[in-house]
Design a protein around this ligand. Structure first.
Ligand code: DLL
Length: 433
């Protein structure tokens, strides 16, 4: 089943015309509704009249994460605050989080693209869905919720965690669809076995997995273990949350809702568009959003684009699975972490040095572990163990309260962390993903 055949199976020329019209409208809209954007466009010498079609998109300056940080909390919004229906936040690079907002119409759009995504994965109205993405400020849970409502799925809104309860509900209610991070899906295997459940006999037939990178090997492992069709869903809070792109049952790339999110893939160094099929950084322009439209937003995610019609009948362009990022953001248990955020926390704690390293690991059947090595001043390192433990605890608590992540802290003596003449190696990722 295709949720919105008109938009998803449109002839390419027709879609291009629609995108052109929408691009003109959105440029005019942000220019007239958001002072910050108007200033940005004026600085680049662009007025709405100059953007006459898609071919003019190059005239528009990119929007980057720092623009969002600098406009904290609401300066990049295009509606007054009393028109907002919902506000979410995601990780910023330092200090402040990235704030994103929705009007009621934006929430409708979110429901629409998520309904397209669930259909694309093979869901049918009337199916039960277990949503094990976190509900709250993270966009995973609520995005999946709105799409399920729109589509007419029966929702079991478990949120993430409480795995035994999660598995009991699966066993008793028999949902056909599971939506969660791929690593959480694998993590649930051991607990299921402990409870005497056979993962091969689970009621889940379709998984809608995303919010973090995962490999084809991991897909095979999930499919083999749970006897499930594991599909990939992509999205980011800045654009809407989950629902930007989703694999169909053929699993040959993620169909991107390009009637509402216009994609470009660029060489991240030159900023120039690469040829279809070549890898580069995904840049997205939201064509119809009201509260928080973004022009040419640099996602930092590396993909390639395929414009060929898919065997499923959809004509929407497909992005490859995300193969990396152009910045140093890592995703630990579905939480986006920038090394600069850790640095920011450490700088505020007396006795620590700005030398640190993040070590991420994932043992078979377990969730990601984040260990942070922190150099401390000589005089602190020679202090009694009790004082060192107190400092570790303080750093741990601070990181947990700011980033929402439970990290193991290891204090090390000065100069223990290898120095580099170039870019410091802040992250050692031992995960096999
Ligand atoms: O992770 C939204 C989401 C929720 C997507 C649930 C899919 C499912 P953020 O927290 O803003 O939003 O993180 C966005 O996560 O720029 C990618 O780097 C990464 N990411 C999201 N989906 C995938 C995926 C949500 N399928 C950032 N594969 C993005 C690889 C992904 N990376």
């Amino acid at each position: 089943m295709i949720w919105n055949e008109k938009m998803e199976c449109m002839e390419l020329d027709e879609r291009k015309n629609l995108q052109s019209e929408r691009l003109k409208d959105i440029v005019r809209y942000v220019y007239t509704h958001c002072d910050r954007y108007r200033q940005k466009l004026e600085k680049a010498g662009v007025t709405p009249g100059e953007v006459k079609s898609l071919e003019d998109i190059n005239k528009i300056p990119f929007t980057i994460k720092e623009d969002l940080r600098d406009s904290y909390p609401f300066d990049l919004f295009s509606v007054p605050q009393d028109k907002l229906a919902e506000i979410h936040v995601s990780s910023g690079t330092t200090g402040n989080p990235t704030v994103v907002g929705y009007t009621k119409d934006d929430l409708k759009l979110w429901g629409e693209v998520m309904a397209r995504a669930f259909c694309c994965a093979g869901a049918k109205p009337g199916d039960k869905i277990q949503i094990a993405y976190g509900y709250g400020l993270f966009t995973g849970g609520l995005g999946a919720h709105y799409g399920s409502l729109e589509m007419g799925l029966a929702i079991i809104p478990c949120s993430s965690g409480q795995t035994k309860r999660q598995l009991k509900l699966m066993n008793d209610f028999k949902p056909r669809i599971l939506a969660c991070t791929p690593s959480y899906c694998l993590y649930m295997v051991d607990e299921a076995k402990e409870m005497g459940l056979d993962p091969l006999k689970s009621s889940w037939e379709i998984g809608v997995f995303g919010a973090e990178p995962w490999s084809e090997a991991m897909r095979k492992e999930i499919e083999k273990t749970w006897n499930i069709l594991a599909t990939d869903i992509y999205g980011l809070s800045e654009i809407i949350g989950p629902g930007v792109a989703q694999e169909c049952t053929h699993k040959k790339g993620l169909h991107l809702c390009s009637d509402v999110f216009y994609p470009e893939v660029i060489d991240s160094k030159t900023g120039k568009e690469v040829k279809p099929g070549e890898k580069g950084e995904l840049v997205i322009t939201t064509l119809t959003k009201q509260a928080f439209p973004l022009l040419r937003y640099r996602t930092r995610d590396i993909v390639s684009l395929n414009y060929e019609r898919c065997v499923c009948g959809r004509t929407t362009p497909r992005i490859s699975k995300i193969t990396g990022r152009t910045d140093d953001m890592i995703i630990v248990r579905g939480i986006n972490v920038f090394p600069s955020q850790i640095e920011h926390v450490l700088l505020g704690i007396e006795g620590t040095q700005p030398h640190y390293q993040l070590i991420v690991d994932r043992k078979a059947g377990e969730l990601d572990e984040l260990e942070i090595l922190v150099e401390v001043e000589e005089k602190i390192f020679s202090d009694e163990i009790k004082k060192l433990r107190m400092l570790e605890e303080k750093i741990k608590k601070e990181i947990e309260s700011i980033l929402g992540i439970n990290a193991k802290i290891r204090l090390v003596e000065p100069k223990k962390i290898e120095r580099s003449e170039g870019k410091a190696k802040r992250v050692i990722d031992k995960r096999n993903i």
